[in-house]
Design a protein around this ligand. Sequence first.
Ligand SMILES: NC(=O)C1=CN([C@@H]2O[C@H](COP(=O)(O)OP(=O)(O)OC[C@H]3O[C@@H](n4cnc5c(N)ncnc54)[C@H](O)[C@@H]3O)[C@@H](O)[C@H]2O)C=CC1
Ligand SMILES: O=C(O)CCC(=O)C(=O)O
Length: 423
Amino acid sequence: MKSNLSYVHPNVTSPWGTYLSQVDRVLPYLGHLARWSETLKRPKRALIVDVPIEMDDGRIAHFEGYRVQHNLSRGPGKGGVRFHPDVTLEEVMALSAWMTVKCAAVNLPYGGAKGGIRVDPKLLSQKELEKVTRRYTSEIGVIIGPQQDIPAPDVNTNAQVMAWMMDTYSMNTGTTSTGVVTGKPIHLGGSLGRVKATGRGVFVTGREAARRLGMDLQGARVAVQGFGNVGSIAAELLAEAGARIVAVQDHTGTIYNPQGLDLAQLIPHARQNGVAGFRGGERIGDEDFWDLKTDILIPAALEGQITAARAQRIQARLVLEGANGPTVPEADDILASRGVLVVPDVICNAGGVTVSYFEWVQDFSSFFWDEDEINQRLDRIMVNALNQIWDTSDKHRITLRTATFAVACERILTAREERGLYP
Ligand SMILES: NC(=O)C1=CN([C@@H]2O[C@H](COP(=O)(O)OP(=O)(O)OC[C@H]3O[C@@H](n4cnc5c(N)ncnc54)[C@H](O)[C@@H]3O)[C@@H](O)[C@H]2O)C=CC1
Ligand SMILES: O=C(O)CCC(=O)C(=O)O
């Protein structure tokens, strides 16, 4: 891991450090394209913005916002916006870089970008949240647009936030620009299937990986960390396929039921209160989550959750990375040496951006598809991408993560080489 950038100081477990180490691992498989690899280690553009708003009590509060466009070689930037009190520039850089790799892995005509505001939205009123969103959108308005960079939901953002972003951008440009963001409400140019798309993609890649491992989903024990958009939908679809969701952890705590949690009751409960306090399971210590006897583990919260120490304890045979960057490099090695198969974030959670792409295409053509068509196309794209990654993994005897980087980085750097360097 090496960064020649003066403005970040990554370490081996920070998100940008993790990403750099993942790039280093793919270099031997890039052939002559490796000479362009420094491109992958530098974001093309990073914008830091001040977001001042008047709070409900009359105070003026300032929040720090970011939008990073990591790479635009294959198309406009694409990637979500995160509202979280711990967001940093370095984290957004890593998240934007993983978007570059992810979009190329499923062969979408996009580069990678990501945004964030360092704010705890739970401490804001709805009015304050709207003001923060609108001011942030105006500030990053100089670099986003339907052909430049298209934001979408991520942690703590949703269709309502996307509606405000679309409206602010449209007001500032004097257009109705539905294509400037994806993940919008359906009647504002949103796509059927987008809300569930990331969780569905986790399910599809998990189904395929389980088949290859000879693991029956019927009765398989599943533990899920993070029970928001991605984790709850992945759990729901796995349960529909016969799996038992035995443990769920979110920021409020961890609950466990070896017979399987009742998701029809848990999901609405968690939406209101978090999972803690749910009566259909036993409350266990958060750290005990990592020792549970399960077949499938789904990290679907934040980065850096699977540390080296936790990787030694994980009992599952299959890890489905719903979250971005949940596994640090040393933990990756430990899981591989213990025979635990990891379906990496850059393919596992690519269902969301794939349906975002469908939304963007539908917005341009003003012709909307039905949900079955969307889900079928999503399934096909994910399965084809995973098959190619699996073949690459078998050919070079490398992990699925390095294989995904190999497939994606070849596409990214080929585009870079074909476009050339001169203005
Ligand atoms: N929403 C999307 O379409 C996509 C999201 N992702 C990734 O999936 C992950 C989750 O995103 P969403 O479900 O959209 O967010 P969300 O905001 O809907 O849910 C986040 C969940 O993580 C939990 N959480 C937060 N901190 C935690 C902690 N310290 N320990 C345990 N749980 C914790 C929260 O309680 C919540 O249940 C993130 O890594 C995100 O980048 C990846 C691809 C697309
Ligand atoms: O839907 C999108 O455009 C991006 C989703 C996202 O932020 C991600 O895949 O991490």
